[in-house]
Design a protein around this ligand. Structure first.
Ligand code: UDH
Length: 288
């Protein structure tokens, strides 16, 4: 008679140790170029076998401290998304991150609302899993160094500090645009992003103001690790600079507690589970 030992998934998981504070297989600087014409299927072949449906990953050999949802505001940028996934998935895997990618697509051709899409991404990701950290990333920003860890810190984090387009220099000390991360707790304390910034500009400053009001400070990687390459593009249709947004961002102190997660309304129209990402199409209820 043979005695069999049954090892199920949860038994294996119980025996795993926490991931090391510093991931052991990082490369440092990453070569990045956007000249190559890439297709989603190329990316699926490259990283698909490491992922679970919806662009989900968890390290097989250790337990990540945080579960991270990466939120990308999106409309008509498939080429950018292909480049982004091609470079960022391998980075995140080397970072031993437990993560999921959420592409939040604004339906229709109304004025783009980046900040509201971020809030929607937060809410929808939490319906799927108990994420504790949220990385908010523009689709056209690809990190040039995998030591820039896409996880949450004691303070809200601004990752994209040195972008090639701005000669690898921080444009302003209060810049909080591009790629950022807030823990669930931090995001709740500031009531998320505002929902009322239509068109380009101001919403990142409003979030920065919320953080200064409620948390007082942010953190950043240094300008070596925080390097990014931006995918060059023209201004999108229906995302023209909105001058009233800059004015609104001077009033954050009066508006933050009424405009944000606690006033979020939208309708999901479609959800697609790709191996590389979860695509959620939404009607953002633009006022008429
Ligand atoms: N986004 C879309 N679709 C749009 C508009 C915005 O997906 O139609 C998303 C995307 O993730 C993008 C982010 O929102 O990275 C921020 O928008 P943006 O790239 O337009 O903002 P950025 O400040 O560029 O990067 C402003 C226009 C630059 C014009 C340069 C002309 N030479």
């Amino acid at each position: 008679e043979t005695s069999e030992v049954q090892v199920n998934d949860s038994a294996v998981e119980d025996s795993l140790k926490p991931c090391p504070e510093t991931p052991p297989n990082l490369l440092g600087p990453i070569q990045v170029e956007f000249e190559t014409n890439r297709f989603m299927d190329d990316v699926r072949k490259k990283v698909g076998s490491f992922l679970q449906m919806g662009g989900r990953y968890k390290p097989p050999d250790c337990i990540s401290k945080q579960k991270v949802a990466i939120i990308i505001p999106f409309r008509h940028r498939h080429e950018h998304l292909t480049h982004w996934l091609y470079y960022v998935h391998p980075n995140l895997i080397r970072q031993q991150l437990h993560y999921g990618i959420y592409v939040i697509n604004q339906d229709g051709d109304g004025k783009f609302n980046r900040a509201k899409l971020m809030n929607i991404g937060y809410a929808e990701a939490l319906k799927e899993d108990d994420y504790d950290c949220f990385v908010f990333s523009d689709v056209d920003l690809v990190p040039l160094d995998d030591r820039n860890l896409y996880r949450c810190f004691d303070l809200p984090r601004h990752f994209s500090v040195a972008i090639d387009k701005f000669n690898y220099k921080l444009a302003a000390i209060n810049n909080f645009g591009g790629v950022t991360a807030l823990s669930k707790e931090q995001f709740l304390i500031v009531n998320g992003f505002p929902n009322t910034y239509w068109g380009w500009g101001g919403e990142d400053d409003d979030l920065y103001n919320r953080i200064m009001l409620r948390i007082k400070s942010i953190s950043r990687p240094d300008a070596v690790i925080g390097r990014y390459k931006m995918i060059r593009h023209n201004r999108d249709l229906n995302n023209e600079q909105n001058p009233s947004n800059a004015k609104k961002a001077k009033e954050t102190g009066k508006t933050w507690d009424q405009d944000g997660l606690n006033s979020l309304n939208y309708t999901v129209t479609q959800t697609i589970k790709d191996i590389l990402f979860t695509f959620i199409a939404v009607d953002v209820h633009e006022p008429t």
